[in-house]
Design a protein around this ligand. Structure first.
Ligand SMILES: Cc1cc2nc3c(=O)[nH]c(=O)nc-3n(C[C@H](O)[C@H](O)[C@H](O)COP(=O)(O)OP(=O)(O)OC[C@H]3O[C@@H](n4cnc5c(N)ncnc54)[C@H](O)[C@@H]3O)c2cc1C
Length: 521
């Protein structure tokens, strides 16, 4: 992996790119891999860290969306199921099959969900993750220990995918670089360059040095998630395109769901879907769906969301978590494309949208993590037309991502490195201090910090603890306690001053405090 200095030099030297992508979440990185794999000279800039936005805050499901089946959006479900199979095939170190159990509390529910989930399985065809089946009450209790037993009539078992979203984004960034692409984090697009009514590039600012520079390209792609309208406004478009909806999650100790299976409640009392999922040794519960007025970089859970999660954990998992049992709270913002105005955000489509402005600016937004590759393919098809690039077929359906490996590695925190794992192990063989855990309650070692700085463009303590490892998402207090050690090692790796290390640490504490659950009283 090139150093940041080398990447910035490449950005500065290239006089014209074929494709310039603004935004380094799932959508931008997916489009970047798509473009580079077709042989287009491609650059991507991200104003924060890769996947800092929505793409590190998902429910971690690689799924067709059982809910969309109920809404009869068959095309979306089939597309997503196809992409689910491709993600497992192309990144088996980051995606795996997970068994889900739907506990059923009324007699009509068993045939209804049993049939619905059979259709879900059929729709995935050859890419099925496994058969669904109807369970007795006893089997449901065995597979979901702790589930509410009152009125329990049985359950339905089905299969879907689970992944580590931020690690997947890092694998996309590394794949892009392996394909010859150039991606930089902490570089912001501050405006668009226009010539004769056409968008021919973007003004950029390196947020580490404040240096300004211009990037010129045959076509520019706006992949900025909930900030899409900010980039459209740079092009003179002030229409409202998106509705923003927030979803929050709680992370609980594993004894809330002492099982390797996930629980799915298809319809809560107010009509939402709720998941409780084992993830990196903890239980993730979510999510909510609340309309918000404005997009923000660090969304915070609302009292109504916390109350919803507390009530439903109590209702379905038998007890209300105590304050200290809520290890982390995180929220993400969905960029949903408006269809008319009004109505609940949970009813808005999760399909993606591609818009081409008269200036040639291509915007891709909406969709889901699971459909990122398809969004990239569609966006680059349009971009190639707009930019007059030589037509090339897509090559990403079977493209293996960086680190591809099917090796059975016991610890999930190690498995995400795939074929790079032996190189991490070598680091700690050469220096045994790097084999130490960053914190006794977290599964990560000091070697991950070195690796993140040298090979994954981590620039801050937050990059390391939130997205290269998932410490902040798993246990916010432990991440805060680990931060000083991580900051020391990171500053040494990046040759940073004591002053800059202290600033970095303070920034991390400010962000991390928002992941700690605060009592409502
Ligand atoms: C609570 C929740 C749960 C979800 N769960 C799932 C799930 O389980 N499975 C699933 O498939 N999908 C899920 N999704 C949907 C999925 O997470 C999103 O569809 C996806 O992450 C959106 O990615 P994106 O790249 O479009 O946006 P983002 O990840 O937000 O990326 C946009 C990026 O653009 C950058 N940017 C903005 N302006 C500029 C600028 N001027 N210059 C440079 N960079 C800029 C931002 O910093 C940001 O990093 C969930 C979403 C939410 C909110």
């Amino acid at each position: 992996m090139s150093s940041r200095a080398e990447i910035l030099r490449r950005l500065g030297e290239q006089t014209q790119w074929d494709v310039l992508i603004i935004g380094g979440g799932a959508t931008g990185l997916g489009a970047a891999v798509e473009a580079a794999s077709r042989g287009y000279k491609t650059a991507l800039i991200e104003r924060s860290d890769f996947a800092k936005g929505t793409s590190s805050r998902s429910t971690k499901l690689v799924h067709g969306g059982v809910r969309y089946l109920e809404q009869m959006n068959i095309t979306l479900v089939m597309d997503a199921l196809r992409e689910r199979g491709r993600m497992l095939h192309n990144a088996p170190h980051l995606v795996h099959d997970l068994s889900f159990v739907v506990p059923v509390f009324d007699l009509f529910g068993l045939p209804y969900y049993g049939f619905g989930l059979k259709v879900y399985e059929w729709l995935s065809g050859k890419l099925s993750f496994g058969p669904s089946s109807i369970l007795s009450t006893k089997e449901t209790q065995q597979l979901l220990p702790g589930v509410r037993t009152q009125s329990l009539r049985g359950g339905v078992l089905y299969h879907d995918g689970q992944f580590d979203d931020a690690r997947y984004a890092i694998a996309l960034m590394r794949t892009f670089e392996d394909l010859g692409g150039t991606a930089a984090n902490y570089v912001e697009a501050t405006g668009l360059i226009e010539q004769n009514g056409k968008t021919i590039g973007a003004h950029a600012r390196d947020l580490e040095t404040n240096d300004l520079f211009d990037l010129r390209a045959k076509v520019v792609i706006n992949a900025t998630g909930v900030f899409t309208e900010q980039v459209l406004a740079m092009d003179g478009d002030r229409e409202t395109l998106l509705s923003v909806s927030q979803g929050s999650h709680f992370v609980l100790p594993p004894d809330f769901l002492p099982s390797s299976n996930a629980m799915m409640i298809p319809k809560t009392s107010d009509g939402r879907v709720l998941f409780a999922i084992p993830w990196h040794g903890s239980t993730v519960v979510g999510t909510t769906d609340e309309a918000v007025e404005r997009a923000s970089v660090e969304p915070r859970s609302m009292a109504s969301e916390r109350a919803f999660l507390l009530d439903h954990i109590h209702k379905y998992l038998g007890r209300k978590p105590r304050r200290e049992e809520i290890l982390s709270v995180w929220s993400g913002l969905r960029p949903l494309v408006r269809k008319g105005s009004g109505g609940a955000t949970s009813k808005l489509s999760r399909d993606h949208t591609i818009l081409v402005r008269p200036s040639g600016l291509v915007t891709v937004t909406g969709g889901k993590w699971t459909t990122y590759r398809r969004m990239g393919e569609d966006a680059i098809n349009r971009a190639a037309e707009v930019g007059g690039l030589p037509s090339q077929p897509s090559r990403t359906t079977l493209l293996r991502l960086h680190g591809w490996s099917r090796d059975a590695v016991a610890a999930e925190s190690d498995r995400v490195y795939g074929s790079d794992l032996p190189k991490l192990e070598q680091l700690s063989q050469e220096n045994p201090a790097l084999n130490e855990l960053i914190h006794p309650k977290l599964p990560y070692r000091m070697r991950e910090v070195v690796w993140a700085a040298r090979h994954e463009m981590a620039r801050s303590v937050e990059d390391v603890l939130a997205r290269r490892t998932r410490a902040l998402f798993l246990n916010a207090q432990a991440a805060i306690e680990a931060a000083p050690r991580v900051a020391d090692l990171l500053a040494k790796e990046l040759k940073r001053s004591e002053e800059s290390k202290t600033r970095d640490l303070e920034n991390f504490y400010t962000v991390a405090r928002g992941y700690i659950y605060e009592d409502e009283e």
